[in-house]
Design a protein around this ligand. Structure first.
Ligand SMILES: [Zn+2]
Length: 340
């Protein structure tokens, strides 16, 4: 069962809720067990240091019914917690025995600014797989996820929550490419894109590559909406954040107060996050680069601290009257389009 169907099914009764919640947790555990047998210890270490799982492992979690088993586990940490997180992983007795070798690598300032990754610890495991622990350029462990090579890799998973920035595209095996960054894509990035293509992903720069996002002209008349598909959150120039109406944010155990845990402990989608637009050569004819409510022209991302919006302050800051973009937490207690 795909993640949306499972989430809807578990909302039908308490029994289904318990089974659905366990199934979601098993999905994450199964994916992580391919790397280290002591999954819970790894999860505890990452959680204790405020890290999140991203990259292909988060995508494989989102595409839970796809037998997608990426060779690399990517973990993201904030700038300040990276050293302690790496030390904890390398020195943990149950993980250490499975490490073949490891190395640290530092990015240039140029690459750090562009990818929001300052340095990385690459751990090669005895089973042939790898763990990469990225150090964010900022206090947000999720910031590098906003600079993923394509939208299919813009997802996060924590023990309490998970998010997907472009679920409508990702579930349809489509991805928008951050082609402006092609020159700094690493061999690892290209390998990840190759694996997406091998899994029948369609990767494009413009959403008009796919029929339902094209404008329809017949007899000299425009039959589709005059605006870009900003209303469907696929315009590469619009500002996005985990929690907007085009994204999917879910919790493993919402009735068990996972959402409140994330709020209290600054775990994604709460706490230090970013609002971003893609690094793309795509130019929106409808001015999303100029008219976005959150991001000024030329701004690629801004750091934000997302908290519960009890007084509507976020709504005042981030609401978008043109397209009725949802303020972050207006739908906190109600279902959002892709809220699970
Ligand atoms: Zn647009």
């Amino acid at each position: 069962m795909d993640i949306l169907s499972l989430s809807r099914w578990r909302s039908t009764c308490r029994v289904n809720y318990a089974q659905g919640t366990s199934s979601l947790q098993r999905t994450l555990t199964d994916h992580l067990r391919a790397f280290v047998p002591s999954v819970h210890q790894l999860v505890d270490i990452v959680t204790a240091h405020g890290g999140v799982f991203g990259g292909e492992i988060a995508l494989s979690f989102i595409l839970r019914d796809d037998p997608y088993r990426p060779p690399t586990l990517e973990i993201y940490s904030s700038y300040s917690t990276h050293a302690k997180l790496c030390k904890s992983i390398l020195e943990n007795p149950s993980i250490r025995t499975h490490i073949e070798n490891y190395a640290f690598s530092n990015n240039t300032l140029f690459r750090s600014v562009h990818r929001h990754i300052v340095s990385s610890l690459v751990v090669h495991l005895t089973n042939g797989r790898s763990i990469i622990v990225h150090q964010s350029y900022t206090s947000s462990p999720s910031a590098p996820i906003s600079r993923a090579p394509c939208t299919a890799l813009s997802n996060f998973v924590t023990p309490y929550s998970f998010g997907c920035s472009h679920p409508a595209l990702t579930f349809a095996r489509r991805a928008l490419l951050a082609d402006k960054e092609l020159a700094i894509f690493s061999p690892f990035d290209f390998e990840a894109l190759d694996r997406l293509l091998a899994r029948n992903f369609s990767i494009a720069v413009s959403p008009s590559a796919w029929p339902e996002y094209r404008r329809i002209f017949e007899d000299g008349l425009l039959w589709s909406p005059e605006e870009c598909r900003r209303d469907r959150f696929v315009c590469p120039n619009q500002g996005r954040f985990f929690g907007d109406k085009g994204s999917m944010v879910g919790y493993f155990d919402p009735l068990g107060a996972d959402e409140e845990r994330c709020m209290k402990n600054n775990v994604a989608p709460f706490g230090p996050m970013v609002i971003w637009r893609m690094m793309t050569t795509f130019e929106c004819d409808d001015g999303c680069d100029y008219l976005d409510e959150a991001l000024d022209h030329g701004v690629a991302s801004i750091p934000v601290l997302f908290r519960k919006d009890e007084f509507g302050e976020l709504r005042d800051c981030i609401s978008d009257g043109r397209t009725r973009t949802s303020p972050l937490y207006r739908y906190l207690k109600r279902g959002r389009s892709f809220s699970v």
